[in-house]
Design a protein around this ligand. Structure first.
Ligand code: 13P
Length: 244
């Protein structure tokens, strides 16, 4: 089975780029598969779903959702039901940029995961250590703490966990394959022990490119990759998808 390739466009792109890139992907065998998921900025999702991906197997993710579940007076927020209505199937939760720039913390993220499950969206829950925890050797404890909040959730469903070391995101600094394998094995074991009754995929993200994707994707038990910068470069993204 092909491994997942998820593109996180972050706050990038415009209508011209969306039309050009998605139009191209929808016609290529390597990129037009159900293992390819695009996390676009909110405002382009409906357009992508209803105009560009009509005959495509490519799936859509949102980059976030509200921790408020029901509709109401929450200016600027988007909830899980709205995402579902727009054709979204996955949602990124707890990306390190939101944790560090917006200060999203444990309980809010757990509400978001719960809301995603309630709306039948598959969460892509991101974890990963800062450089300090890598340097002092406490990275597994750090990640265990990030995962531990999930144990409060009752209605657990299929989930994707993305291991994204903060020091690798957007830096071009790739951990060694052994380092990626160690942490993704740890996450897999942690999750299987507690939630073995659902489908769990563990991905890697951080400085993935067309050049290093083959080695990363060949790691044992790894479910795929979450790609930032390289997902904005058509050639690089096609190269990554061709290795999945
Ligand atoms: P880069 O691929 O740019 O390092 O970003 C990774 C990421 O944050 C994906 O969510």
């Amino acid at each position: 089975m092909k491994k997942l390739v998820i593109a996180n466009w972050k706050m990038n792109g415009d209508l011209n780029k969306i039309n050009a890139d998605l139009g191209y992907y929808a016609n290529l065998p390597d990129t037009n598969g159900s293992n390819v998921i695009l996390a676009l900025p909110y405002i382009y999702i409906v357009w992508a779903k209803q105009r560009l991906l009509v005959n495509s197997q490519i799936k859509l993710a949102a980059q976030d959702l509200s921790h408020y579940r029901n509709c109401g007076a929450y200016t600027g927020k988007i909830n899980g039901e709205m995402l579902k209505d727009a054709g979204v199937e996955y949602v990124i939760i707890g990306h390190s940029e939101r944790r560090s720039l917006i200060g999203e913390n444990g309980p809010i993220l757990i509400h978001k995961v719960r809301n995603a499950f309630d709306s039948n969206l598959t969460p892509i829950f991101c974890v990963g250590e800062p450089l300090s925890a890598r340097s002092d050797g406490s990275y597994l404890q750090f990640i265990e703490l990030q995962l531990s909040g999930l144990e409060d959730i009752q209605n657990f469903k299929d989930i994707i966990i993305a291991y994204e070391p903060c020091w690798s995101i957007g830096t071009g600094k790739l951990p060694t394959l052994a380092e990626i394998q160690e942490v993704t094995n740890f996450i897999n074991q942690y999750m299987q022990k507690r939630f073995g009754y659902v489908k769990i995929s563990v991905l890697y993200g951080g400085s993935v490119t067309g050049q290093n994707a083959r080695d990363i994707l060949s790691l044992n038990g790894l479910g795929g990759v979450l790609v930032g910068g390289s997902s904005l470069k058509v050639d690089d993204f096609v190269a990554i998808c061709s290795k999945a």
